[in-house]
Design a protein around this ligand. Structure first.
Ligand code: CO8
Length: 371
C-alpha cells in the first residue's frame, strides 16, 4: 500500500457575516409580529406565543458569535428569513461549484504542482446543489481537470469520508493525487424561524489535496483513517424530490434541518471519543501526545468535552482549535477550516487529528504527522 499525504488545503469565506445580535434582532421582530397577528388565538389558549431568542443564550450554549453567509439581507428580513439566491442558467457555474472552485484554486496554488496530476475530484458535503449532474463533475470541468469526479454526502462527516476515499485511491495505486472540495450553503437548509436552530450554521467552502507520499514535497503524512456510522433519527433533513409525490403535501419548512440537540450532544460525545481512542491505540499512537485537535465545529462545549477525554487533560486553545466562534457550524468544512487556519506553525514530527461527526450518526478520524 502506498502512503499518502495531505499536500495542501484551501478556503473560501463569503464576504458577508451576521452577528448573533443581528440574527436575534431579526428573529425577535418575526416573533413580535407573529404574536401580534395571532393575539386572539394566543389569548384563547389555542396556540402558544412564540418565545424570543437571545444572543447571550446562543454564545453560552454553542460558542458561536457570528457566521459567514452567502446572502445576508434576505436572512435578516423578518418577512423573508432565508438567503435570496437567484437561480442560474444551466450555462453558468452553479453557486456551490463556484465556492468550491475558489477554495480549490487556493489549494492548487499552495500545492504548486501542475493540476494535470490530479486524477479525481470528490465533492464531499451535506448540501448538494442538485441531484445531478454531480457538482464534482462541474468543479472538475471548471478547473480544467481530467480523470473522474463524483459527489459524496455523509453530512458533517463528509470531509473525513472524502479524505479516506482519496487516501485509499492513492494507497491502492490507482491515483497519484486527488482533490476534495467541501462547499456548504448551510443557510439554504436552515429554518431561520426555528428558535432552537436558527443560529447554528454558516456558509463556506474548503478544499484538500491528497497526494502519494513519495512525490510530495511537504505536507502531512496520513497515519491512519477510520470511519464509523450508527443510525440515528436525532438529526434529519427530509427535503428531497419525493416530497412533491407525498399526498400530505406538507410545507418544505418542516423538511429542513431539525435536530434534538441535547440528545445529539449526549450520544455523539462518547461515540466520537471512543472512536478516536480506539483508532489511536490501533495505530500505536499515544493520544496524550497529540499536539493539535481539529475537531468538527458544532458546539464549543462538545469539543471541550471530547478534547478532555482524548488528551486526558484540559486542552489549551492552541491544542483544541475553535473556529466556530466566527464561522458557526459549517458542516463538512468545519474541521478543515480549523486545519487550514491552524497548522502552518507546527513543527516536523508533531501529531494532530482531524475529526468529524454529525448526522447519520457519522464520524471520521484522520491522524496526521507534519513532514
Ligand atoms: N434563545 C434563547 N433560549 C433558547 C433558544 C434561543 N435561541 N433556543 C433554546 N432556548 C432555550 C430552550 O427553550 C430551553 O429552555 P428551558 O430550559 O426553559 O426548556 C433552554 O434554552 C435550553 O435548550 P436546549 O437544551 O435545547 O439547549 P442546549 O444547551 O442543548 O443547546 C444546542 C442547544 C446548541 C443546539 C446544543 O444542544 C448542541 O449544539 N448540540 C449538538 C448539536 C450538534 O452537534 N449537531 C450536529 C448537527 S450538524 C449535522 O450533522 C447535520 C449537518 C447538516 C447541515 C445542514 C445545514 C442546515
Amino acid at each position: 500500500m502506498r502512503p499518502a499525504v495531505i499536500a495542501a488545503t484551501g478556503l473560501y469565506t463569503p464576504s458577508e457575516s451576521i452577528s448573533n445580535a443581528e440574527l436575534v434582532e431579526a428573529f425577535n421582530a418575526y416573533v413580535a409580529r407573529f404574536n401580534a397577528d395571532h393575539g386572539a388565538a394566543i389569548a384563547a389558549g389555542e396556540i402558544a406565543p412564540l418565545q424570543p431568542s437571545s444572543a447571550e443564550f446562543i454564545e453560552k450554549a454553542s460558542g458561536i458569535k457570528s457566521r459567514y453567509v452567502m446572502q445576508k439581507s434576505g436572512i435578516l428580513d423578518p418577512q423573508v428569513m432565508r438567503p435570496v439566491i437567484p437561480e442560474r442558467s444551466n450555462d453558468e457555474l452553479s453557486i456551490l461549484a463556484e465556492m468550491a472552485v475558489r477554495a480549490a484554486e487556493q489549494a492548487l496554488q499552495r500545492w504548486g504542482k501542475p493540476r494535470e496530476r490530479i486524477g479525481a475530484v470528490l465533492c464531499a458535503c451535506s448540501n448538494m446543489q442538485r441531484a445531478y449532474p454531480a457538482m464534482a463533475v462541474e468543479v472538475q470541468a471548471a478547473l480544467g481537470l481530467g480523470g473522474f469526479a463524483f459527489d459524496l454526502n455523509v453530512a458533517c462527516s463528509s470531509a473525513t469520508f472524502g479524505i479516506k476515499t482519496a487516501t485509499d485511491f492513492v494507497a491502492t495505486g490507482s491515483l497519484d493525487a486527488v482533490l476534495m472540495v467541501n462547499p456548504e450553503i448551510c443557510s439554504g437548509h436552515l429554518n431561520f424561524r426555528d428558535r432552537d436552530s436558527h443560529f447554528i450554521f454558516g456558509d463556506v467552502a474548503t478544499a484538500v489535496i491528497v497526494e502519494r507520499a513519495d512525490e510530495a514535497a511537504g505536507g502531512w503524512d496520513i497515519l491512519g483513517t477510520r470511519l464509523k456510522t450508527q443510525f440515528s433519527n436525532a438529526i434529519r433533513n427530509n427535503a428531497g424530490f419525493l416530497n412533491r409525490a407525498a399526498p400530505e403535501g406538507r410545507d418544505l419548512a418542516d423538511k429542513l434541518f431539525v435536530q434534538q440537540g441535547r440528545k445529539v450532544f449526549k450520544e455523539v460525545v462518547p461515540m466520537v471519543s471512543e472512536l478516536i481512542l480506539d483508532h489511536a491505540a490501533s495505530l500505536g499512537l499515544d493520544p496524550h501526545a497529540l499536539k493539535r485537535l481539529w475537531l468538527h465545529q458544532a458546539n464549543i462545549n462538545m469539543n471541550e468535552m471530547i478534547g478532555r477525554r482524548v488528551l486526558g487533560r484540559d486542552p489549551s486553545p492552541e491544542e483544541n482549535v475553535i473556529i466556530l466562534d466566527r464561522y458557526a457550524n459549517t458542516s463538512s468544512a468545519g474541521s478543515i477550516i480549523a486545519f487550514h487556519q491552524h497548522s502552518d506553525d507546527m513543527a516536523a514530527g508533531e501529531l494532530g487529528l482531524i475529526c468529524s461527526f454529525g448526522a447519520g450518526y457519522s464520524a471520521g478520524t484522520v491522524f496526521v504527522r507534519k513532514r
